[in-house]
Design a protein around this ligand. Structure first.
Ligand SMILES: *[C@@H]1O[C@H](CO)[C@@H](O)[C@H](O)[C@H]1NC(C)=O
Ligand SMILES: *[C@@H]1O[C@H](CO)[C@@H](O)[C@H](O)[C@H]1NC(C)=O
Ligand SMILES: *[C@@H]1O[C@H](CO)[C@@H](O)[C@H](O)[C@H]1NC(C)=O
Length: 182
């Protein structure tokens, strides 16, 4: 299933670049919510516009029950339906054993692709357990755009990339990144 989906994403990417359809991606908002304040919270989570060409995303999650040895991440892309009040699942919905993935980051092409977006900017790039706060520091939006517009689906619209974070099989946090393709 995953392979099939990643192939689809790849195919859309080829269409995007070959057909020279405008595939400009713009982040519009980010939201981080903890579902268990005794387990984790967010010290910050924002998009900052320094100027027209330099915007970045920073997130810091504090973990209160370290070390954490079992982590799962669910990632979903949703698209806003015109004339329908809300976002609906679009393209993919994958759940990943993060500890297994971190042991071999080439094991899952889609996750590997997404992880590449933050590797240079995060302290999460190591095997489990996690015994420290998690930081994603100043990921430049231009860097993400370069990486993403080559593989994003063609349809214009508003998208939501939602990640659900589980530790020991309990959902602990949700990170939502909103963007627009025009
Ligand atoms: C935007 O800000 C960055 C960082 O301060 C700077 O390096 C860059 O030259 C600025 N760009 C413009 C167009 O002002
Ligand atoms: C993604 O899949 C999981 C497991 O099948 C399901 O529980 C969840 O509701 C799905 N997410 C969305 C946004 O549909
Ligand atoms: C990851 O690798 C370590 C040894 O390098 C092993 O102890 C651990 O069980 C592995 N974790 C998973 C989830 O495969």
């Amino acid at each position: 299933m995953c392979v099939r989906r990643s192939f689809l994403i790849f195919l859309f990417g080829v269409l995007c670049s070959v057909a020279k359809i405008s595939c400009k991606f713009e982040f519009t908002n980010i939201r981080c919510d903890t579902l268990d304040e005794k387990f984790a919270d967010f010290e910050y989570c924002y998009i900052k516009s320094v100027n027209r060409s330099y915007k970045y995303v920073s997130i810091k999650a504090r973990l209160f029950k370290t070390p954490i040895k079992k982590v799962k991440v669910n990632g979903v892309i949703l698209k806003r339906n015109i004339g329908y009040n809300g976002y609906r699942p679009f393209m993919f919905n994958i759940t990943l054993d993060a500890c297994r993935f971190l042991n071999n980051t080439k094991s899952n092409p889609v996750a590997s692709y997404l992880f590449d977006l933050i590797i240079p900017f995060t302290n999460m790039n190591h095997e489990c357990p996690f015994d420290h706060d998690l930081i994603i520091d100043k990921v430049p939006i231009a860097f993400v755009n370069n990486h993403v517009t080559r593989v994003l689906p063609v349809p214009e619209g508003d998208y939501l990339y939602e990640t659900n974070w589980f530790a020991y099989d309990i959902k602990r946090a949700v990170v939502k990144v909103y963007g627009t393709i025009s």
